[in-house]
Structures are given as C-alpha cells and as structure tokens.
Design a protein around this ligand. Structure first.
Ligand SMILES: [Ca+2]
Length: 413
C-alpha cells in the first residue's frame, strides 16, 4: 500500500527529534498504531478522507500531561475522589468577585450586539442575556485562550483516558468537522477536555447543534460572534427551551415546605409551591403565566444557602453543563445584566467537611437504600434530598445538606 506523504512526514516528525527517549518513541509508535487500527477504519466509514486524517495527525504526539490518563502498563484509575479536598458550597462559584467581570462585560456586549441578539432571539426563542451569560462563562466572550490542538487532545484521550469510547466518538466527530470544511485541520483548537471554540462544544455537539448564523457557509464558533451566539441558542432551543418563561426565581422557603421536594423530577405548578410557602425574595408576586407553569424547588446548598423556584428552562441550561451551580451562575448573571440585585440568602459554612466526609455520608445513605446519584463526594440534588429524608429519620433538623452533626450521627464508614 502506498503510504501517503503526510503520514511519512508525521512519522519523521515524531521519530526524528534528537533527545526523545526510547520510552517516548515507543509510546508514540503505539499511539500511531492506535490511530491507524482503532480510529482510521471508523473515520473512513464515516466519510473522512485519508488526506484529512493524515493532516489532522501530522506532527501530533500524545500529550501525557492531560489529566485522567492511564499509561500503558499502569492500572486504570477508578473514580478518583480527592478525599482530603475541601467540600465546597456555591459561595466561591457565585461570589460577587466571580460574577462581577462577566456581568460588567456582558452588559456592554448586550448593547454592542443588540441587533444580532434580537434576530437570534426571534429565530430560537432564547433571551439575549442567557446567551451572553453562557458565552461569558464558557470563554470570557471569546477572550479566553483556547490552548490545545483538538486532535492532540482527543487522540490522546481516545487512546489513554477513562471513558475512551466517548473520546473515540468525539475524535471521529472532530475529523468530520474538518471534512465538512467548517474548519481547517490546524485551526481546530480546543480546551484540555476537547471542547471547541467560544461556546465550548464537544465535536459531536458541534455536528448536531452548531449553526452558520452569519451565512458565510462555515459554522465558525472560533471567530464568528453570530455563529457562536446562534449556536448556543440553537443548542438550548433543541434541548427544549420554553420561550417566554424565566429560568427561575430566588425564594424563601417556609419550614413546612420540605427540602426533599427538590429536583427536576418533582415539578408542580408554581402556584402549588406558593401555597406551600415559597415566596419571592423581592416580595413581588410571580408573574401570572409563571404561576400556572411548572416549577421545581432548587436548593443548591439545601437549607444552608439560597433557594429557588426553577422553571424547566433551568434544566435546559443544565443540558449545556450538568451542574446546578453552572445553571444558577448563568441564570443569575443573565438577571444581573438587566438590573437585578445580588442573591439575598447567604451560603452557610460547610463545617470544615471534606469530600471524603461527604462520600462517607453518601455511602451510608446508599446502605440505607437511597439513590444519591453516585458516590462522588459532592452534594447534587439526589444526595441533598436523601440527606433530608435521613435527617428526619435520625431526629435531626431537616437541612438537606451535609453537616458535622450528620457525619457523626451516621458514624464512620
Ligand atoms: Ca459562519
């Protein structure tokens, strides 16, 4: 078989440099074999040309500094929890310091791009402040450096990372993006996780949701602001954004309204939550169309922090990044850009707990038959409401949040 020139060039590049150790050379050879045997057949089957494939990996070596890799001959790491790490609530993530720059720049960009954002909202139904908040969070409005070559990151991860299958799919998707002509091979820049461009789309998400909003024939989420914002809007629309509805409202929660009623699977008309003792911190009533719509109790730090009535749109933002605090950051920043004030309720102390303490609580809850959404040393909504239920069993005040009292009541692992 004729070996394409670019491939030979690639081999010279990787074997050529003086000073490369024998181990490095052996790894690089194994990487090339992996690409050729595991990736090329799938790429070819999906219509990627040999020219694109060779260009994508020309001069590319595995990046062994990426996190979450298991080198050949090592034992695969399982679910690494740093048990010594501090258990955090949202107070850092949502601090005024963390919010300030995104809010300030976002306000200005809402003005700069007002016409464009109106056209995007008209087509996709997603309000401008939400789009600008995501843009700010993902790439500091395109100002963040996107540091890596996507093929180096995805190739390395497809070969050595946990969740190899997922990264193999993403690597082939990245090759298809280059094949489609949306982006030149050498301009495919990504994060350390393989997320592309200003909206930080994984390649498969790019293929499904990126749009050419400026109409130049390319979906350019690296340089084009219309393509970036249009793509974010299309993603949210396709994940079920409900036009005309808010994302959520900070509320106070009466004692009689249990924090165990939290979660995306426990939606009820907002009017029901109001009857049971949820009230907006502003003192204003909920808008009439919201009262009749579905709402969800959302308490990212249980009763030890601010509480919200979230709408289904909150969970659409979570489809962008599956974290309550991420979605809350986006929603709150969007509100702040159009004049809302800071969150009212403070986050309480986390009692100096570690992620190991929280993982121990989760393990005890699993023993008791609760679904905590995985033992990860974090407190997502399943863990929070399981804690609320077990606090009641143990005769503790219901907080839905890990505490020193709870750790002691449940005993050591
Ligand atoms: Ca374009």
């Amino acid at each position: 078989m004729r070996v394409p020139a670019l491939f030979v060039f690639a081999l010279l590049m990787v074997f050529g440099p003086a000073g490369a150790s024998r181990a490095d050379q052996s790894l690089t050879k194994d990487f090339r074999t992996f690409l050729e045997t595991a990736i090329w057949p799938e790429a070819e089957a999906q219509g990627v040309s040999r020219e694109i494939f060779d260009a994508a990996f020309a001069g590319v070596e595995p990046d062994l500094d990426l996190p979450d890799l298991t080198l050949p001959g090592e034992t695969e790491a399982v679910s690494p929890i740093n048990v010594q790490a501090e258990f955090k609530n949202g107070s850092d993530y949502l601090s005024e310091r963390a919010l300030a720059e995104t809010v300030r720049s976002g306000k200005a960009l809402l003005e700069t791009h007002a016409g464009l954002l109106d056209r995007i909202e008209a087509r996709y139904g997603v309000p401008a402040p939400v789009l600008v908040a995501i843009w700010g969070r993902e790439s500091a409005f395109g100002n963040a450096t996107i540091p890596h070559d996507a093929f180096e990151v995805l190739g390395t991860k497809a070969w050595l990372a946990r969740r190899k299958e997922m990264f193999r799919t993403e690597l082939v998707a990245a090759l298809k993006i280059a094949s489609n002509g949306d982006r030149a091979v050498r301009d495919m820049r990504s994060s350390w996780a393989g997320a592309l461009g200003q909206p930080q789309f994984m390649p498969s998400k790019f293929l499904d949701y990126a749009v050419d909003f400026d109409g130049d024939g390319k979906r350019d989420i690296w340089n084009s602001v219309p393509d970036t914002l249009g793509s974010i809007a299309n993603y949210l629309k396709e994940h079920g954004w409900q036009p005309g509805r808010d994302w959520g409202f900070e509320v106070t929660v009466a004692k009689g309204l249990s924090c165990t009623l939290e979660g995306p699977d426990k939606g009820r008309p907002i009017s029901r939550f109001v009857e049971d003792g949820a009230a907006r911190v502003s003192g204003r009533p909920f808008p009439g169309h919201e009262l009749a719509g579905t709402g969800h109790l959302m308490m990212p730090a249980g009763r030890k922090g601010p509480a919200f009535i979230a709408t289904p749109n909150f969970y659409v933002i979570k489809a962008y990044n599956n974290s309550d605090l991420y979605a809350l950051f986006v929603g709150h920043v969007a509100d702040r850009m159009i004049g809302a004030g800071p969150l009212v309720a403070p986050f309480a102390s986390t009692d100096g707990l570690t992620r190991g303490d929280v993982a121990a609580v989760q393990a005890a809850l699993v023993d008791k038959g609760f679904d905590v959404g995985g033992i990860d040393g974090l407190a997502g909504f399943k863990t929070r409401r399981a804690i609320g239920a077990v606090e009641a069993e143990l005769g503790l005040a219901e907080t839905c949040w890990p505490s020193r009292d709870l750790v002691e009541a449940l005993g050591p692992l």
